[in-house]
Design a binder for this molecule. Sequence first.
Ligand code: DC
Length: 202
Amino acid sequence: MAFTIAIDGPAAAGKGTISKAVAAHFGFAHLDTGLLYRAVGAKTLAGVEAIAAAKALVAEDLEAEDLRTPEVAQAASKVAVIPEVRSALVDFQKAFARRAGGAVLDGRDIGTVICPDAEAKLFVTASAEVRAERRFKELQGKGGDQGYEEVLADVKERDKRDRERATAPLKPAADAVQIDTSEMSIEAAVQAAIAAIEARRG
Ligand code: DC
């Protein structure tokens, strides 16, 4: 039986952590759709044209190293503005969403564009300052050299581009349950997500 859970929200709101925990809880497969855009962004940094890179993307590209760097995140947000890049990635995401056994997809436009009929939709947010603080600590843990102010500026720039683009902008679906994780522990946010999904499962 297919059951799709769509989890959208801005960078570093906690989508990734919540999605992994939710997928483990329900025994569903998980796709971090940001990785598709990051893989295309990484290819453009290596000199490949964005639309060609998106059309030629294969599953192994999602395993590439260094897809989590701030440079690749910015490149991902830039290629994500291009309608032909987005359309080249649609079929893969839709097929993943309807696989037997259930799927969790997290991204920016899952509940609005990729899976408008998803059985459960969440929109995970947090203030830009809280998200920058989390990303700053994560990058520091990996030995990164970006200061907090730089990370905050990065987060705001990416938010703006993701929210204001013409095609599939970041926004909550009308029927999404919103979870603001600014003042929540990871455990509390995961519990809130699971409770919201259980309510939709009936
Ligand atoms: O979730 P992330 O930070 O890995 O995403 C990187 C970028 O990819 C993000 O800034 C915008 C883009 N993206 C998108 O446009 N649509 C998605 N479904 C997922 C990511």
